[in-house]
Write a new protein. Sequence first.
Length: 184
Amino acid sequence: MQFSKMPPIVQALVAILVIMAGIWDWRTRRIPNWLTLSSVILGIGLNAFLYQTAGVWLSLKGLGLALLIYFPLFLLRGMGAGDVKLMAALGAIVGWQNWLGILIVTSILGGIAALVVVILKGRFWKTLENIWFIGLSIRKREAPYASNPQLDVRSDQAMRLPHGVVIAFGTVAFLAAISVLDYS
């Protein structure tokens, strides 16, 4: 996959956004709308300024791809709305190709973090059962959270990981990786 070059101002904006969101999510388990929505507008505006019409399309494609992938997770109550809006804001700022890179790194780090938490809490086998249950529920075209509150991110019974923190680490790792790679 070829990543598009990001000017330093865009990389700085991305870093500030995810660090603020990560800290906020760690402390409050929420990511504020003012942060995500203003970042969407700033991302579209900045890309329009830098690349004119092509920049607007770059932003809209990144925003759209992020929503396409993350919104169903929200509907299935496996993800909070703030996480969806944060990833949409990132897509609007970095475009679809770089967003895919951020998604991949974030997914890997999130999987590792989730595995560590599950093992430390002694819930490995229960988590495997829940994964099996999710598969069966989807196969039956049922929402997994409807009959298992442990699978509803809104439930007190669910194990939660502040995904904004994982997004922050994944995004910073992606920015670090592309800064040392020659992707021209």
